[in-house]
Structures are given as C-alpha cells and as structure tokens.
Design a protein around this ligand. Structure first.
Ligand SMILES: *Cc1c(COP(=O)(O)O)cnc(C)c1O
Length: 371
C-alpha cells in the first residue's frame, strides 16, 4: 500500500497528458508558453479571483507577495508554528520577524483569539510593525477566515493565505485560495492539485499586486527583463508542468468529492478508536492529509508500529513545531510557549489519503488500528 498513490489518476488521463506534452515539444515555448496563461485563466475562474499568477513552487508563491509588499527588517509576520517550514522560512529570508501564534486544538489552524492578542502585544512593544498574517489551511481545512479578516481590518494588516494544502477546500461555497489579500498554493506532486515536478500559484483580486507579481516573477522586470525596477526572483513555472496541470485539473473537482468520501469512511470507522478530524459547519476540507490523534506519544508509536507491520504507511505532520526548530533558535522561543502545537506534534499521525484509495484499503487500515 502507498501513502499517496498517483497511479490510478495518471491512468485516467495518460493519453491526454501525452498529447499535451507532445504539443509543448512541438511549439517549443518551454518558458511562458501558451499553456501558462491557459492554466492561470482556468484556475482563477475556479478560485473566483481576478488573477492567478503561476510560479516555480508553493514556497515562491509565499515569497513573491511578501517581496511585492516590501516586507523586510522591522516587520512582524504572524503565522502558526504547526505548519511546514516554508510558511515561516520566507518571512525569515526577507529579514522580517516571524511571530508564532498557537493553533485551535480542533482544527489545527491558527487560533484567532490568540492572533488578536499576539498582534496587540507587538503593537504595544513598539519594536516591530505588524504587516501580514499568513494563516495556513492545514491538512486541507481552510483557516477561520471570517474571524481572521476582522482582526486584519482592526490592525490594518494584510492576509496571505497559505493554501498549499487547502486549494479546493471551501467556506460556505467560497474556494480556498481566495480568502486573503493574496493566497498561495503548491503544485508539488503530493498536494491535492499536483503537477509532475515543482510548481505553484498566487491568487489575488488586487490590480496593483498583480502587476508587481508579474515583475517579481521575472527578476523585478520593468518594461522588459533587462530593465529591472525591484529585486525579484526567477519564479516562473515550466510550460510542461502547466500542460500537466491542465489535464489533472479536469479531474480535480471530482477528486475533492472522492477525498471527502474517503475521509467520511475513515471518520465512521475510527470514531471509537482515535480522535478523528473535525470539519466546522459550512467548511469543506480538500483533505491534503487525513490526520488523527492518539492519546499520547506512546499510543501513537504503538499504532504506527502495528500499521508498519501490516505493510501500511503512516506519517507524522509535524513532529517538531517551528518554534522548536534549530533554524528559528534565534527567535528565543521556549518549550511550552505553544502548548497546543507541542501536544499535537506528540499525538498526531496521518493515514493514506488520495482520491482513488479503495474502500477495502480504508477498511483494512481501520481494522489494524482497532485490532
Ligand atoms: C507544501 C507546502 C508549502 C510549500 O510548497 P512547495 O511547492 O513544496 O514549495 C508551503 N506551505 C505548506 C503549508 C505546504 O504544505
């Protein structure tokens, strides 16, 4: 059994992908070929945003809006310590200061009440300027954007939604990837909408930000790429990867439904054995991961060992919260600063999840956990 099996999906669109690749080989526009715009148009329409700007990875999709907003030394950017390193790495790369805020124990997403407190403390201390909140749609579940939005308005700061895992999720029919002043997603192969390499995209309704992102994507270009008006990056996505996304995207809305069916089956079979994930009313998860809680670290270890013996892979996202990572030691956080993130990192584990996971596999996995 595989943790994420991409084989079935490929078999459904193999011929179409081959044709798409041949088309790119024939026109030869490997950088910024016509498939890029075609994909951006389709994804913006799906997300319900004015613009989609494709880019080289989900990490660069976070970096580029921060660059466009001139985030740097002296700026505070708020996010959770219970996420993939990329979310906070980009803040540090620009010399800004990551300010961590603990998560809600039911959704694993940033806790809006604690966020409000954290921002007010930074304002009071007067050393850093609060500039951006980066909420993460962890495991595919959108963060609490209604609450986060009112906090952002209160302090007049921007929201950059990290929808690397959340793209395809929803709050009351509005698609994840559309909630911030900008949102970023990743097309890493294991994400809900993945390509066959690295790729990402930024979504926004903001005309000014859109123009700046186009510049940042190509070395801060002005009139052309040999006229440079700001510091940017080589942030383009390959035409071949856009061609692959175009075919994968034809399956995507149905795949979100299939992921939700798989999650519902797990929830039903595991209700008595572990703490199953909560989806608040009105929310739909994209189920990038199906994650459950054991009672404690020992029980998690025992369950993962049983699964391994049965040939079933499992994984831990995330075993070490970011405030405990060596890379952020200079921020001087202490153990105990973010108790919910720390507890979850000890208890959480994720089970095989992909749209085409056979129901019989889910039943076998749950039997092993219960056995
Ligand atoms: C995967 C991921 C990223 C980074 O995406 P890449 O395409 O791998 O650069 C950023 N944030 C979160 C939450 C992720 O899961």
């Amino acid at each position: 059994m595989q943790f994420i099996d991409l084989g079935k999906q490929q078999s459904l669109i193999k011929d179409a992908i081959d044709t798409r690749i041949q088309t790119v080989l024939a026109h030869g526009k490997y950088i910024m070929g016509p498939e890029i715009k075609e994909m951006e148009t389709q994804l913006a329409e799906y997300a319900g945003t004015k613009y989609c700007v494709s880019c080289s990875s989900g990490t660069d999709a976070l970096l580029m809006p921060l660059l466009a907003w001139d985030i740097g030394p002296g700026d505070a950017v708020f996010t959770t310590p219970f996420t993939f390193i990329a979310t906070a790495e980009v803040i540090q790369l620009l010399g800004a200061t990551p300010v961590f805020v603990d998560i809600d124990p039911l959704t694993y997403n940033i806790d809006p009440d604690l966020l409000d407190v954290a921002i007010s403390k930074v304002v009071e201390a007067g050393e850093l300027k609060p500039k951006v909140i980066i909420p993460v749609d962890l495991f595919g579940l959108p963060a609490d954007f209604p609450a986060i939005k009112s906090i952002a308005q209160k302090y007049d700061i921007k929201i950059l939604e990290d929808a690397a895992q959340g793209f395809g999720g929803e709050i009351n029919g509005k698609i994840a990837g559309s909630f911030g002043d900008a949102a970023s997603t990743s097309f890493f192969p294991a994400k809900p909408l993945g390509c066959y390499g690295d790729g990402g995209a930024i979504f926004t309704d903001d005309d000014d930000l859109y123009e700046k992102l186009l510049s940042v994507r190509v070395h801060g270009k002005g009139g052309d790429k040999y006229d440079n008006i700001r510091i940017g990056i080589n942030g383009r996505m390959d035409t071949l990867q856009a061609a692959i996304i175009l075919e994968k995207f034809t399956l995507f809305p149905n795949e979100i439904k299939l992921r939700n069916q798989a999650a519902a089956k797990y929830n039903e079979l595991l209700a008595e054995s572990v703490v199953t994930p909560q989806t608040p009313a009105g929310y739909t998860s994209a189920w990038a991961q199906y994650s459950v809680l054991a009672k404690d670290a020992q029980e998690r270890q025992a369950i993962q060992a049983k699964l391994k013996d049965a040939g079933i892979p499992s994984a831990v996202y995330y075993p070490k919260p970011l405030h405990q990572q060596t890379a952020f030691a200079h921020l001087n956080y202490q153990d105990g600063d973010f108790p919910i993130s720390e507890e979850m990192s000890q208890r959480i584990f994720s089970l095989p999840m992909y749209p085409y996971i056979p129901e019989a596999d889910i039943e076998r996995i749950c039997d092993v956990i219960k056995g």
